[in-house]
Design a protein around this ligand. Structure first.
Ligand code: DAS
Length: 358
């Protein structure tokens, strides 16, 4: 009898040891994904479960975001860091430099396989594009947000976070540039934009299209970006503490020169003109931009339209005016590329090369 009890205990101990080994081996096979939280609706809370507007963004800490999705443990070894906690309309150049430096420092570590950044949706497309230009790694970086606060019925944050961690830990996402993943869709940082103020399917890449889908716990890619990004980028912000001031002037019927003059007086190093149509310049604003150029301000013609190429020497003689055109970048992304270009050069031919390369 005593022998049988000892035998049973030894057997149970062996089973426990084997189970632990298999668990450790399984964990060892899972990718190590860092979740860097910055705030936004994904971390938002509302007064009731049916509050989907008028909630407070940026209130839930990163550890709670992670523990709210226990399924994450099955797909990755996840650790969280709260980089900052803001509604993303308040993100600024300092936030971007802090975030980019943290991302690059973590990606340089062998024990980090990918990064998820949780973020407000208002400026996801801008943070994604900024990181697309300054991350010095081919490891996946996935930006994720939500259109409903964490307290809402059918909140989209948890499933978006789950998919983002899956994507950031995947081999398929390596080398694809910074990705924006919400609503089961994978979009490229360069082209994705917010197209609706409140619906779940707001992030789209009009005309050029999304890169792929998240389905059945895995990414399925159909395309990838053709422009330079991440490890192939010439931009490096690791030693920078400030970015050049670049502002945006919006074009419309009856536009005047007041905004251009104000930005010049405030010391802008670059001005993006979000022109009507193909980046057209109304006379009052054109004369102000010509003066700004003469004072050394770099001028980029973009368009408020949102899709299509702003053609060089189309609506204006860029060669003669010494202006740059934004190619297909919308004004808010053209601003980011010009800011980074100005950390390298003030030569307009070189800057135009940059706009055709990224
Ligand atoms: N204010 C918005 C932001 O933080 C909320 C959101 O994430 O949609 O971008």
């Amino acid at each position: 009898m005593l022998h049988r009890n000892i035998y049973r205990q030894v057997l149970m101990l062996l089973c426990a040891i084997l189970f632990t080994i298999s668990l450790v081996q399984a964990q060892g096979k899972l990718p190590n994904v860092m979740v860097l939280a910055t705030g936004g609706t994904i971390a938002g809370t509302g007064a009731t479960s049916t509050t989907t507007v008028g909630y407070t963004a940026a209130t839930v800490a990163v550890d709670r975001l992670i523990t709210a999705v226990p399924e994450l443990k099955k797909v990755a070894n996840v650790k969280g860091e709260q980089v900052f906690q803001i509604a993303s309309e308040n993100i600024n150049n300092d936030s971007w430099l802090k975030l980019a430096k943290r991302v690059n420092t973590l990606l340089a570590q062998k024990d980090v396989d990918g990064i998820v950044v949780t973020h407000g949706t208002d400026t996801i497309e801008e943070t994604a594009y900024f990181l697309n230009l300054v991350v010095k790694s081919r490891k996946p970086v996935v930006i994720v947000g939500a259109m409903r606060p964490s307290t809402a019925l059918s909140a989209d944050g948890p499933i978006n976070l789950y998919n983002a961690v899956l994507l950031a830990g995947s081999r398929e996402a390596r080398g694809k540039g910074v990705l924006v993943a919400l609503n089961d869709q994978i979009n490229a940082a360069r082209e994705v934009t917010k197209t609706n103020t409140s619906t779940l399917d707001t992030f789209k890449t009009p005309e050029l299209g999304l890169l792929g889908y998240m389905q059945d716990n895995r990414p399925i890619f159909y395309r990838q970006s053709t422009r330079k990004h991440t490890a192939d980028s010439e931009f490096d912000v690791m030693q920078l503490d400030v970015l050049p001031q670049v502002d945006i002037v919006y074009g419309y019927a009856n536009v005047n020169r007041i905004a251009v003059d104000a930005f010049m007086a405030a010391g802008a190093k670059g001005i993006i003109y979000a022109g009507t149509g193909d980046g057209s310049l109304a006379d009052p604003v054109k004369s102000a931009l010509v003066e700004a150029r003469k004072q050394g301000v770099i001028i980029v013609r973009s368009s408020r339209v949102g899709q299509g190429i702003v053609a060089r020497n189309g609506e204006a003689n860029d060669d003669e005016l010494d202006f740059v055109v934004s190619d297909t970048l919308n004004p808010q992304k053209a601003r980011i590329l010009l800011m980074l270009a100005l950390t390298k050069t003030i030569n307009t031919k070189d800057i135009q090369r940059i706009f055709y390369a990224y």
